[in-house]
Write a protein that binds this ligand. Structure first.
Ligand code: MN
Length: 332
């Protein structure tokens, strides 16, 4: 008999998803339903997404993490996922944008985070269903501090994730919370319907710190370092990276910024040489036509000191260097 296999927050934990599907002895007739948060924090979001996109009998409801990607609100874990998915990111996000906020079969309804007691799931606001911070705060206010799963009394039991629990949260016939924190070294849990049997597999490790260590430097490399002023760079570099590789990368940015700044006196001498090489009767026209003309004219008029040259940050220094035929390295 065909079953529906609801699966808690996967968060890119592909190995555990495979182990769990093995353990429940998945058949082609079974329907696999993710309660959302397929991605972020775990090692392999690409394989998890591909599984749900390619399997005919598979569906995922939209979690707060998918919603952040779809809305372009990228916090650290989303920035890492963007690096992990690489060229496939835009396509994956377009697909995330097609996910429903709830899914129901005859025996249960799946949402990512919560339902509103007394409100049909199709009428509930999507920020509550998917569990945004503001949506859940509003719901909490409406319920006067009670948990929705203690109050909910709808026609179908609700299967949900989002809220990490050590043991699945079971309110028989009403609510089943199955996010057992696989990305934090917990377990990945399935609820099998119609038997309402719970099956879990252990996590293979504490994935989130390992994912940070692997990917943080790649996220940092994507920052617009050349667009920052020296002051902004100092401020940005004062905040510590979370991983040793991230810290090493920030150190290389610091060294690059300092070396670029240290090149300004050299560029200043080059400016003065260019100015000195212009014919005395030129009237400033040749100077203005030089690639670095604006800087040279200002320098001639005594407006630019030799330790600044009008450069707010490394990007300005590199641009001026290029105009003067001096090559300076790009941001690491
Ligand atoms: Mn989650």
């Amino acid at each position: 008999m065909a079953r529906t296999i609801f699966i808690g927050d996967i968060h890119g934990c592909w190995d555990e998803l495979c182990a769990l599907l093995d353990k429940v002895a998945l058949t082609d007739d079974d329907v696999v339903v993710s309660v959302g948060d397929l991605v972020d924090r775990g090692p392999d979001p690409t394989s998890v997404i591909n599984f749900f996109r390619r399997r005919p009998n598979a569906v995922a409801v939209c979690g707060n993490h998918e919603r952040k990607h779809v809305r372009g609100l990228l916090s650290f874990s989303q920035q890492i996922t963007r690096c992990q998915l690489g060229d496939g990111y835009a396509d994956a996000v377009a697909w995330m944008g097609t996910l429903p906020y709830w899914w129901a079969c005859a025996e249960a309804v799946a949402v990512h985070a919560a339902v509103v007691p007394g409100v049909a799931v199709e009428d509930a606001p999507t920020d509550v269903l998917s569990g945004t911070t503001s949506g859940l705060q509003r719901l909490e206010g409406q319920l006067g501090g009670r948990y929705w799963h203690d109050v909910h009394d709808g026609p179908l039991p609700v299967v949900f994730g989002h809220h990490v629990v050590d043991e699945p949260l079971v309110r028989p016939g009403r609510a089943y919370g199955i996010d057992t924190g696989v990305c934090f070294g917990g377990r990945l849990t399935a609820l099998i319907v119609p038997s309402f049997e719970l099956v879990s597999v252990p996590s293979t490790g504490d994935h989130w710190p390992a994912t940070i260590q692997r990917w943080e430097a790649d996220v940092l490399r994507g920052e617009a370092w050349e667009a920052l002023t020296f002051g902004q760079l100092d401020k940005r570099l004062a905040s510590r990276a979370k991983s040793s590789r991230g810290r090493a990368y920030l150190e290389s940015v610091r060294a690059w910024s300092e070396a670029t700044k240290a090149a300004i006196p050299l560029l200043s001498r080059r400016c003065d040489e260019e100015i000195a090489s212009m014919p005395a009767d030129d009237d400033g026209r040749l100077l203005a036509a030089h690639p670095a003309g604006a800087t040279l004219v200002a320098r001639l008029k005594g407006r630019l000191s030799s330790d600044w040259l009008g450069c707010a940050g490394p990007g300005d220094v590199r641009r001026l260097a290029g105009q003067l035929g001096v090559e300076l390295p790009a941001a690491p």
